[in-house]
Write a protein that binds this ligand. Structure first.
Ligand code: SF4
Length: 344
């Protein structure tokens, strides 16, 4: 707690310093330009990296009771639907007996279509039962708060060790630093409150932890300790919609939080005085950055519409990106290279 008081003093916000969300802070740590773009959008911190919609089709359960409930629901759904293909099968047999196999072929096709949801449910049931067996067979594991290196964790092993998940109803606020943040879940156990957030895994290095993740975790731990008085010696990152992740030590991550917060405040102040942050050098973060990903511009104008020259691809079409529009350049995103984008 003393360390947090020292940190609060060191990071004490002036009355004109902006309030920052933890998500936004981590954007600034990733790249100050990304932070500025996000600060101009102001989104709520929900403790999850944004996933592309296609990968959100299946939200895995995080409670054993939820798995059991889904097994029951799936079994009930199957039992309710089973009479439909069974009746179609009976009608097909009658058709085959009375009218021959030619009209029965249509009945067979309809029966197969009607039976498809049963096979889908059987597959779902198999996966849920496997997951239930896996979750119940885990041994309890508690990450060591004294270890500064990252420790591999599994959600079900933490649950076996009686870490109880709580969904925070609202963001945690700290008046001293003007910081606000809401982790995806808080795991509570024996006086500890452990923040959990999810990292998106659709990028090239799904399980690599970068400095923005350390900054974000240290910020959540700081907020939790300040708000509740509980100990928050580490936090958990889960990799996307999986049950595996890593525990990050709060103390070892604090440097990124401290430096990131001071840099974010400065970047916002500078931008109000028309001083924009430089692009990353080397530009590696731009290659997969969603803010720099170019897309075809829908309405073309004499210039790009924001006073900047147009960005044209080798296919002759006009492109743009959030970062390109905001900072008047062509971010070196891998898609920009593929499309051979240039200012015209
Ligand atoms: S494209 Fe590059 S400069 Fe722009 S926000 Fe992304 S990382 Fe930053």
């Amino acid at each position: 707690m003393n360390e947090n008081s020292d940190l609060a003093r060191e990071l004490l916000a002036n009355h004109d310093d902006p309030w920052l969300g933890v998500n936004l802070l981590s954007e600034f740590v990733f790249c100050p330009r990304a932070g500025l773009i996000e600060s101009e959008r102001s989104r709520e911190d929900v403790g999850e990296d944004e996933e592309p919609p296609a990968s959100v089709s299946y939200m895995p359960p995080h409670e054993i009771s939820d798995i059991v409930w889904r097994i029951e629901q799936t079994t009930r759904g199957m039992a309710r639907w089973l009479p439909v293909p069974a009746a179609a099968c009976l009608i097909t047999m009658v058709l085959a007996w009375r009218l021959g196999w030619v009209p029965a072929m249509a009945g067979l096709f309809v029966t197969a279509c009607l039976a498809k949801p049963i096979f889908t449910s059987l597959e779902e049931l198999r996966k849920l039962k496997e997951l239930l067996a896996f979750a119940e067979s885990r041994k309890p594991v508690v990450p060591d708060p004294k270890i500064e290196a990252n420790q591999d964790v599994n959600w079900w092993e933490l649950r076996k060790a009686h870490f109880e998940p709580v969904k925070p109803p609202r963001g945690l606020e700290d008046d001293a630093t003007h910081l606000i943040g809401k982790p995806w879940r808080i795991l509570t156990r024996e006086g500890m409150q452990i923040p959990v957030f999810k990292k998106r895994i659709d990028g090239p290095n799904p399980t690599t932890v970068y400095r923005q993740h350390y900054a974000r975790m240290a910020a959540y731990c700081y907020l939790l300790e300040r708000a509740t008085g509980a100990e928050s010696p580490y936090g958990i990152i889960l990799f996307g919609y999986t049950y595996t992740g890593v525990a990050l030590n709060a103390k070892a991550s604090r440097r990124h939080f401290r430096e990131g917060l001071l840099a974010a405040r400065q970047a916002i102040k500078d931008s109000q005085n028309s001083m924009l942050p430089p692009a990353p050098d080397p530009p590696d973060p731009c290659r997969g950055c969603p803010h720099g990903k170019p897309s075809v511009k829908k309405t073309s104008t004499a210039d790009s519409g924001d006073g900047n020259p147009k960005t044209i691809g080798a296919d002759g079409r006009e492109y743009h990106s959030d970062c390109g529009d905001r900072f008047g350049w062509v971010p070196p995103h891998e898609r920009a290279e593929k499309k051979q984008l240039r200012r015209a």
